[in-house]
Design a binder for this molecule. Sequence first.
Ligand SMILES: CC(C)(COP(=O)(O)OP(=O)(O)OC[C@H]1O[C@@H](n2cnc3c(N)ncnc32)[C@H](O)[C@@H]1OP(=O)(O)O)[C@@H](O)C(=O)NCCC(=O)NCCS
Length: 171
Amino acid sequence: MVDKRISLRAFERDDVRELHRWMNDPESLRLVGRAPVTYEEALRHYEKKKQSGDLVLAIVGEGKPLVGWIFLKDIEHEHGRAGIGILLAPESRGSGYGRLAMEQMIDLGFRQLRLHKIYLTTRSINERAIQLYTRLGFVTEGRLRQHAYVDGAYSDTLFMGLLSEEWHHKD
Ligand SMILES: CC(C)(COP(=O)(O)OP(=O)(O)OC[C@H]1O[C@@H](n2cnc3c(N)ncnc32)[C@H](O)[C@@H]1OP(=O)(O)O)[C@@H](O)C(=O)NCCC(=O)NCCS
């Protein structure tokens, strides 16, 4: 599973040190988090995902051992669907890693796990993420009004979905 610039590997317990740093970055807190977390809380977050059967992978860049994590969660084979989530290290954002990692994970979901639908939620203030998801083909299926409280204001949450027949990955 190797792209020109990134590869995905299993996310290991030792990687949680980095995850802890990313989770506490101010932009992460504003766009995905709630409040700062301890290392033990970050570790529990990771372990809970593994125990519940989420597919949790580390994103490896060229010459960079760890630039982020990406996961498929709530995998429901009966319905052929799963949620997707991604968090990059602050210093690795804005370089295209997000798109490459999402493409590989979506490919894995549709072509290995035989999913029919991959979906996600994102805060409406997260313009970069929405731009990325839209470019990948995700469609906004719903808008949860004033669903998150961020920096003293309510923000809508978007529900976005991508169907397998809508996925046209270039080999
Ligand atoms: C969201 C995230 C995965 C995106 O990955 P990335 O590699 O940083 O993505 P990029 O910076 O290359 O940007 C993706 C697209 O958004 C555009 N973009 C960048 N900043 C933007 C902004 N402020 N407003 C609108 N669009 C923006 C880029 O131009 C690019 O679009 P293009 O391909 O049409 O040129 C990554 O930034 C991240 O982990 N952010 C913090 C956590 C997070 O928000 N996770 C998602 C939660 S739903």
